[in-house]
Ligand binder design. Structure first.
Ligand SMILES: [Zn+2]
Length: 294
């Protein structure tokens, strides 16, 4: 086949499907780092809240840790992605699904996971949602706190994925296809998907999490800052030269060895920062209720 035929065909076949998050491995790694930061009272509260969540039995069934409380915490962190494919929930353009016990509503809220451009052109609301969920977790009733916690575990991680906070007019890299020789099964993929997969294979659980976790835990502790700062850091990364590959490939921008090494380093730093910051924040948000009353 000659190239003039091949190119449109390839582009059609490889049109990237939108993806929205660090993969499951990324979320569990962030949650694991956060768990390591938690002081006993925050850990107890977190586990008590997750055990009230209507989907806690699903998380316990699939967790692979020796300590089921820890496993519960890790599995809760992917819940906002799990419900994307869950028929109990609905998107705004679908007929509403029946309200089930323990849930405040049955919306998937896919727009909570990102904010793709600064200013008026941006879609998504992670920039404001994270603070609102934190307030709900600190001040809400038991049901809304149990609902808010998995979301917060998830969104603090998403906020550290640079392409969840900016793009270059391409929906956070979802509309930007790269050549990636590091994934032989998907040599052409969206830049967003490339970043989502940097933490490792999505099935990583149990003992398979140990090596990447040790690598991330060895990185220098981040300054705490606040969600606005975490977002600004992501946007600065996207504006710099580490997130978008600049070398042309045969058809599309190419992930070179140098680019890949740098991207993995940035990804590690962002995952580590997310986990430590999340854990420290939860220590403040999950103080025992009696002590929290003003
Ligand atoms: Zn997400």
């Amino acid at each position: 086949m000659t190239r003039p035929l091949l190119l449109p065909l390839l582009l059609l076949l490889l049109l990237p499907l939108p993806t929205y998050a660090w993969n499951g491995a990324g979320h569990r790694l962030v949650a694991a780092l956060a768990w390591a930061q938690l002081e006993a009272p925050a850990r107890e509260q977190a586990v008590a809240l997750l055990r009230r969540h209507p989907d806690q039995a699903r998380w316990l069934r699939r967790q692979q840790e020796q300590d089921p409380d820890y496993g519960l915490f890790l599995e809760a962190s992917t819940w906002p992605d799990d419900i994307r494919r869950d028929a109990r929930f609905h998107d705004p353009d679908e007929p509403p699904t029946p309200l089930l016990p323990g849930f405040p509503h049955m919306q998937r809220q896919t727009h909570w996971h990102f904010q793709d451009e600064p200013g008026a052109g941006g879609r998504g609301e992670i920039d404001t949602r994270v603070e609102r969920l934190a307030r709900e977790l600190a001040e809400g009733d038991a049901q809304s706190r149990a609902y808010a916690l998995p979301w917060l575990l998830h969104l603090v991680a998403d906020l550290h994925q640079p392409l969840h906070t900016a793009g270059r007019g391409d929906r956070g890299g979802n509309g930007y296809t790269v050549e990636n020789p590091y994934n032989p099964r998907k040599p052409f993929m969206s830049l967003h998907a490339y970043w989502d997969e940097l933490p490792g294979p999505p099935w990583l659980r149990g003992r398979h999490l140990e090596a990447p976790l040790a690598r991330l835990a060895a990185l220098p502790a981040p300054e705490q800052g606040d969600p606005a700062r975490w977002l600004a850091e992501g946007r600065a990364l996207v504006a710099g030269d580490g997130v978008y590959p600049a070398t042309p490939g045969s058809l599309l921008p190419l992930v070179t060895p140098e680019f890949h090494a740098r991207a993995r380093q940035i990804s590690d730093q962002r995952l580590a920062a997310a986990g430590v910051r999340l854990g420290r924040w939860l220590n403040r948000l999950l103080v025992p209720r009696a002590a929290a009353s003003r």
